[in-house]
Design a protein around this ligand. Structure first.
Ligand SMILES: *[C@@H]1O[C@H](CO)[C@@H](O)[C@H](O)[C@H]1NC(C)=O
Ligand SMILES: *[C@@H]1O[C@H](CO)[C@@H](O)[C@H](O)[C@H]1NC(C)=O
Ligand SMILES: *[C@@H]1O[C@H](CO)[C@@H](O)[C@H](O)[C@H]1NC(C)=O
Ligand SMILES: *[C@@H]1O[C@H](CO)[C@@H](O)[C@H](O)[C@H]1NC(C)=O
Ligand SMILES: *[C@@H]1O[C@H](CO)[C@@H](O)[C@H](O)[C@H]1NC(C)=O
Ligand SMILES: *[C@@H]1O[C@H](CO)[C@@H](O)[C@H](O)[C@H]1NC(C)=O
Ligand SMILES: *[C@@H]1O[C@H](CO)[C@@H](O)[C@H](O)[C@H]1NC(C)=O
Ligand SMILES: *[C@@H]1O[C@H](CO)[C@@H](O)[C@H](O)[C@H]1NC(C)=O
Ligand SMILES: *[C@@H]1O[C@H](CO)[C@@H](O)[C@H](O)[C@H]1NC(C)=O
Ligand SMILES: *[C@@H]1O[C@H](CO)[C@@H](O)[C@H](O)[C@H]1NC(C)=O
Ligand SMILES: *[C@@H]1O[C@H](CO)[C@@H](O)[C@H](O)[C@H]1NC(C)=O
Length: 342
């Protein structure tokens, strides 16, 4: 039987929103995850119900869930407008009598997108890994995947996911849902001993390196970290700035012109850092203290930037990438020749 884990977020907005208890402050963290606005743990804490975080304390260790879903949040970033979640690994396992179990994996998002910084990875030596999904506002259909076939004597290279024991596929922009399906050509015949299962999953770039040990250790790995993209609302910068009351980028924060929508993103002005979605939270970076300046001699911090100064007797712009500090041309020493014979 093909059991899918449907982790649907499609109906979050229609659910009642868990209220923060009267007078209780918003949670600043849940387990290892720092909760930053526009995310929030209860009514009055988040920007919109899309950003609801449900902190479930019932198992002892608090676990942050995405809205009312069963998706676990593992990290979030307001500077990149991303959230990292744990996505289920699909698997398809065999013994010498045939298939033992098969689990697919799927995910549906309402307003968030699956980041193109993820890739789709499949592990196995008799593995056909397919995923289909929906993209864009119109949720248009597409499907792709990869194939990996090998034997015990195949030269499987650690660290390289290049079609032998491991294959991967890039993830397109604007992907809003996926469904992974795994199958085999020969029921892993003759290879069950070293590779009983095929695995398929989405994973954030840099968070997975293939190794031959994965044929075994993925038995106990249920989830992998995956990045989701988010933005505020449906309006682009131009339209969003017209309603200053609801517009979030305030105080050394600006609407990100490099992001073309849907919705808008905030970013701190250059030389500032903080949460650009919280008014006045972007504060000046002291480049001089931090050592991120390029002054040759003296560095003086300014709001949003810094200035370089040269020591006395030197001139130039003081920047290592500029003219630097050049010693002033000293006055030529007059050599007075005294005519001792006169
Ligand atoms: C939290 O971090 C600790 C230390 O890095 C780790 O052992 C633990 O598994 C993490 N907890 C969760 C829920 O990720
Ligand atoms: C919290 O998690 C437990 C299982 O760990 C589950 O039984 C319970 O329904 C969850 N509570 C909420 C409010 O989601
Ligand atoms: C969490 O996200 C922040 C911001 O992007 C990043 O600096 C940090 O390394 C991430 N932590 C983990 C454990 O990936
Ligand atoms: C294969 O797995 C099935 C189901 O778990 C089991 O009934 C059968 O005995 C197994 N066959 C072998 C040869 O291990
Ligand atoms: C995986 O599929 C097997 C049957 O093939 C089922 O018994 C098991 O509960 C599924 N696991 C999950 C996590 O859905
Ligand atoms: C989405 O669908 C609408 C109505 O069918 C159409 O006008 C629009 O061009 C489509 N957008 C894209 C990006 O395909
Ligand atoms: C790959 O690395 C693992 C340990 O990370 C090691 O056990 C294994 O033998 C290596 N395989 C090859 C083919 O080098
Ligand atoms: C499995 O091994 C047997 C014996 O070496 C061979 O005859 C057969 O063709 C192999 N089957 C596959 C699917 O590789
Ligand atoms: C993968 O390998 C690269 C280069 O060896 C290393 O920098 C990185 O930390 C590794 N990542 C993981 C998740 O092991
Ligand atoms: C964006 O627009 C879509 C379709 O018009 C709507 O279903 C959705 O709720 C809107 N999202 C937000 C955050 O306003
Ligand atoms: C920015 O927000 C963080 C987290 O809410 C808070 O700890 C910090 O003090 C704020 N900084 C400023 C300058 O408001």
């Amino acid at each position: 039987m093909h059991i899918q884990l449907v982790l649907a977020l499609l109906s979050i907005a229609t659910f009642g929103v868990a209220s923060a208890q009267e007078g209780q402050p918003c949670l600043s963290s849940c387990g290892n995850v720092t909760i930053t606005f526009p995310f929030g743990s209860g009514e009055g804490c988040y920007h919109s119900p899309d950003f609801l975080v449900t902190c479930n304390q019932s198992s002892g260790e608090p676990v942050p869930y995405f809205g009312e879903s069963t998706i676990v949040i593992s990290n979030m970033s307001t500077s990149k407008s991303e959230v990292e979640v744990l996505a289920v690994v699909a698997r398809d396992c065999y013994n010498s009598s045939g298939r033992v179990r098969r689990n697919g994996s799927s995910l549906g998002l309402r307003d968030f997108r699956i980041s193109a910084k993820n890739k789709f990875v499949a592990i196995g030596c008799d593995t056909q890994a397919y995923f289909s999904g929906r993209r864009g506002i119109n949720r248009s259909f597409y499907g792709t995947g990869c194939i990996s076939r090998c034997g015990r004597d195949s030269l499987i290279t650690n660290g390289s996911c290049s079609g032998v024991g491991c294959c991967d596929v890039a993830v397109p922009q604007e992907m809003r849902s996926f469904e992974i399906e795994l199958s085999s050509y020969n029921n892993h015949v003759n290879i069950t001993e070293f590779n009983p299962c095929s695995y398929g999953f989405f994973v954030e770039e840099g968070k997975f390196n293939f190794s031959t040990t994965n044929f075994r250790d993925f038995e106990s790995i249920q989830k992998m970290p995956m990045l989701l993209d988010w933005a505020i609302g449906n309006s682009t910068c131009d339209i969003a700035t017209e309603d200053m009351d609801s517009f979030l980028c305030k105080g050394n924060s600006e609407c990100d012109p490099d992001y073309s929508g849907p919705g808008y993103r905030c970013r701190c002005h250059e030389g500032y850092e903080g949460n650009p979605y919280v008014a006045n939270n972007c504060t000046n970076i002291n480049e001089c203290e931090r050592g991120t300046h390029d002054c040759e001699h003296e560095c003086v911090d300014t709001q949003g930037s810094y200035e370089c100064y040269c020591p006395k007797g030197y001139s130039g712009d003081g920047h290592k990438q500029g003219t630097g500090c050049i010693e002033d041309q000293s006055y030529p020493i007059k050599i007075v020749v005294v005519d001792i014979f006169s």
